[in-house]
Write a protein that binds this ligand. Sequence first.
Ligand code: ATP
Length: 254
Amino acid sequence: MTGPALSLRNLSKRFGEKLAVDALSLDVPAGSFFGVVGPNGAGKTTSLSMATGLLRPDTGQAFVLGTDLWADPLRGKQKLGVLPDGVRLFDRLSGAELVRYSGLLRGVGEEDVRVRTEELLDALDLTSAGERLVVDYSAGMTKKIALACALVHAPRLLVLDEPFEAVDPVSGATIRSLLTGYVAGGGTVVLSSHVMDLVERLCDHVAIIAEGRVLAAGELGTVRGGGTLEERFVELVGGGRDLSSGLTWLRGRP
Ligand SMILES: Nc1ncnc2c1ncn2[C@@H]1O[C@H](COP(=O)(O)OP(=O)(O)OP(=O)(O)O)[C@@H](O)[C@H]1O
């Protein structure tokens, strides 16, 4: 595989008056750890949803390891592991059942699914919760079981929408090490996050997105320039607002 692992071409999506994604193009090199950052409402989730077959674009194409995803969704999705935003799972299954069915649905054989499910639950510290229904999981546990479902068929491309949100620090470290090992083995990870520090530590490539467009993308060092990612982000997207003279009612009576 020499081309990009994920290639987005002129993706657009409109919700009523709101142009959420505006002719967005992006190439994610194979074998990279790629971070997508941007302010709230920038269009990250909408773009990643269109890139993974969850939301049909108004225009444009998404190529997953060379397959035009919307032209051949079955083939494209087989190569992909996805952790969607606000995960909706079949939560009346137990955690172990959910991972097992995800594997079987993606064509993994019975015995491999059994072993992988056991190993994933163990790695993500969910073994003792494996027989409990997912509906009873905490937010962080739900995120972890969804990640296990995204991994069980050993895809070569992982697209993860805010994988560290709601996850405790120990589990966060486990997920980081799992993903780093996955990339070291030749896999490609695309993740969105609001935590600049985390993106800087983990990712070797980054895209800064705002108002549905890519403002900067490429190798982390190049996008950052001489400063930190946060400085570059603020420079491109605009700084926070000065509220020193507003919201006076919040500060109590003189
Ligand atoms: N289903 C929808 N219906 C209407 N508007 C939507 C829908 N989904 C997203 N939007 C709008 O599209 C824009 C982009 O939203 P999106 O969720 O992609 O942003 P985001 O970058 O992921 O934001 P955040 O960082 O807050 O998660 C926002 O203005 C949002 O209100």
